[in-house]
Ligand binder design. Structure first.
Ligand SMILES: CC(C)(COP(=O)(O)OP(=O)(O)OC[C@H]1O[C@@H](n2cnc3c(N)ncnc32)[C@H](O)[C@@H]1OP(=O)(O)O)[C@@H](O)C(=O)NCCC(=O)NCCS
Length: 263
């Protein structure tokens, strides 16, 4: 059995910045990594919203989650990442808001699929409960969509992921954190060929605060379909050596003719 190092999720400190920058280079090779200026701005705007996952044995930073609070009414559902985060600076953080906006979550590629992302989200939900916020919202970039873009629309792709017919490296993870899809948007992230810029706007509601109307307002198209229970076969129990199906749901119930013994 592989022994996994224990992980601790804790608030980000400025001493973590070099490790976070190295992490973003490893997670997004060829992309623009987080800068010290941006990370310092996050800590200044909303220190509670900045989290790292640390290997307890080595102290190494193996994951991070960066968030801000927004007054969602100030934004359209199809706002892109840059506008939602003020170019990654979080200077639009608004303590009067009710929505925690998940701007980033990433885990060291060599440590993915070990529950670290899940631990970061558990800490995020704890933060939301502690601050009595209504919800978490985020844009889940559709990383697997680019490869299928010539075969299906992004909406159909999301429906297939929601209903478990396809797996997306980001959205499947987010759905497992009990997010629901609100909408599919384009031009969310520039320079992201894997998703072709498409993202699913996702939401997790804080049950302590949310009311029926918050659940009811979700687009039902993107809610996972419950499999229909198999219709009971009314006649099956009657089928035996004594009965034979006649088609069209009819069953002959009279006993088979006795063999006539001629002497
Ligand atoms: C998305 C990401 C944060 C997930 O972190 P992680 O530590 O690997 O995820 P976990 O190990 O905690 O997985 C939690 C659950 O999601 C599932 N999951 C994670 N990655 C998955 C994938 N690529 N495909 C399918 N399921 C996945 C796990 O199987 C697990 O399921 P379980 O709860 O049923 O066991 C990580 O893959 C990552 O850093 N990706 C690149 C950055 C990125 O795209 N971030 C999102 C920006 S929108």
């Amino acid at each position: 059995m592989i022994e996994r190092a224990p992980i601790r999720v804790r608030p980000t400190r400025s001493a973590d910045f070099p490790a976070i920058i190295a992490l973003s280079q490893a997670v997004y090779p060829g992309g623009t990594p987080w800068s010290e200026r941006q990370l310092a701005s996050h800590l200044h705007a909303f220190p509670d919203g900045q989290l790292v996952a640390e290997d307890e044995r080595t102290g190494q930073v193996v994951g991070m989650a960066a968030s801000l609070v927004v007054l969602w009414d100030d934004y359209d559902i199809d706002m892109n990442w840059r506008d939602m985060t003020d170019h990654g600076m979080f200077t639009n953080h608004d303590p009067e808001g009710h929505t925690l906006y998940g701007a980033e979550v990433m885990v060291d590629p060599s440590r993915q699929r070990q529950g670290i992302g899940r631990a970061l989200y558990a800490a995020r939900r704890e933060l939301v409960r502690g601050l009595k916020l209504l919800r978490i919202r985020a844009g889940a970039r559709l990383r697997g969509y680019g490869a299928l873009a010539d075969r299906m629309s992004p909406e159909d792709y999301v429906l297939d992921v929601v209903n478990g017919r396809l797996t997306d490296p980001t959205l499947t993870f987010q759905l497992k954190q009990r997010f629901r899809v609100l909408a599919v948007v384009s031009d969310y992230l520039r320079h992201d060929p894997a998703s072709r810029g498409y993202a699913a706007v996702i939401e997790w509601l804080n049950h302590d605060v949310a009311r029926r109307k918050h659940y009811a307002g979700r687009d039902s198209r993107f809610l996972p379909r419950k499999p229909k229970p198999a219709a009971p076969d009314k006649h099956r129990w009657r089928l035996s050596a004594w009965h034979r199906p006649l088609g069209h749901g009819l069953v002959e119930t009279r006993p088979p003719p006795r063999h006539e013994h001629r002497s």
